[in-house]
Ligand binder design. Structure first.
Ligand SMILES: NC(=O)c1ccc[n+]([C@@H]2O[C@H](COP(=O)([O-])OP(=O)(O)OC[C@H]3O[C@@H](n4cnc5c(N)ncnc54)[C@H](OP(=O)(O)O)[C@@H]3O)[C@@H](O)[C@H]2O)c1
Length: 232
């Protein structure tokens, strides 16, 4: 049984990960903004012994510190951290001419600084875990080589930053025996991906779980849900 922490476990891909790890018998700390939301309450009722919701807003250092303390009161180690929480608003339509600095900052707070804060705070538990892993849920939107000139400027910048963070963390993590990867989940039908997403949450999550199970310190760092290496 692994001990897993998943951010943004209330909806979409994060909820899919939480449900699937619980179903395979792992213990899950679900980091969520609202522990009383319906999906979180349902998971707690279904898995009272193995699901622990923890209140966490990844955009707030204080909140992340408090959540990390709560988790540390309940376990001595973590085997897996999935930095999944993310936003694509304000409107995805923003292009380079009308993008506001305020919008860029707010998206960075969640998508780039959030994973840094959470990883920093949970690193002592991961260091104590057996073959521990840190997974960043990135995006093809963060690929500079693959950029096709689309919109969503704040989001693209934030995920490119997350990719660099992954690479930089790798130097630190691999010294400590902790594996790390940035995964592109595909285009997934969620609130963020919209109903036209080509993959269901279950399809994307089950593919990524196979990759995560095989992940080690020398694995490729930036791959999509099918295991195909992405261009940085
Ligand atoms: N869907 C896709 O096609 C797609 C493609 C590429 C990459 N991704 C990435 O996959 C990840 C999950 O996306 P999704 O499609 O599942 O999105 P989603 O359905 O919109 O869910 C986003 C999740 O992030 C949480 N979250 C947002 N801001 C937060 C904050 N400040 N603190 C803590 N949690 C916060 C939300 O919590 P609340 O319920 O409290 O709002 C929710 O659980 C994101 O990082 C996204 O960038 C998605």
């Amino acid at each position: 049984m692994a001990q897993v922490c998943i951010t943004g476990a209330s909806r979409g891909i994060g909820l899919g990960f939480a449900t699937a790890y619980l179903a395979q018998g792992d213990r899950v700390f679900g980091a969520v903004r609202n522990p009383d939301s319906r999906s979180v309450t349902e998971l707690r009722a279904r898995y009272p012994d193995s699901f622990t919701p923890v209140q966490m807003d990844v955009s707030s250092r204080l909140s992340v510190e408090q959540a990390a303390r709560e988790i540390a009161q309940q376990t001595d180690s973590l085997e897996l951290l999935i930095n999944n929480a993310g936003i694509s608003r304000p409107p995805d339509e923003q292009c380079i001419e009308d993008v506001s600095e305020t919008d860029i900052r707010s998206v960075f707070e969640v998508n780039t600084l959030g994973p840094l804060r959470v990883t920093q705070q949970l690193f002592p538990l991961l260091r104590a875990g057996r073959n521990a892993k840190v997974v960043m849920i990135s995006s093809n939107a963060g690929s500079i080589a693959g950029q096709g000139g689309g919109r969503g400027v704040p989001y693209c910048l934030s995920k490119a930053g997350l990719n660099m963070l992954t690479k930089l963390l790798w130097f630190h993590c691999s010294d400590e025996g902790v594996a790390i990867a940035a995964l592109h989940p595909g285009w997934v039908a969620t609130d963020m991906g919209g109903e036209n997403g080509t993959l269901s949450v279950q399809q994307s999550v089950s593919s990524m779980m196979q990759l995560i199970a095989r992940l080690h310190v020398n694995s490729p760092l930036y791959v999509d849900y099918s295991g195909k290496e992405m261009e940085w």
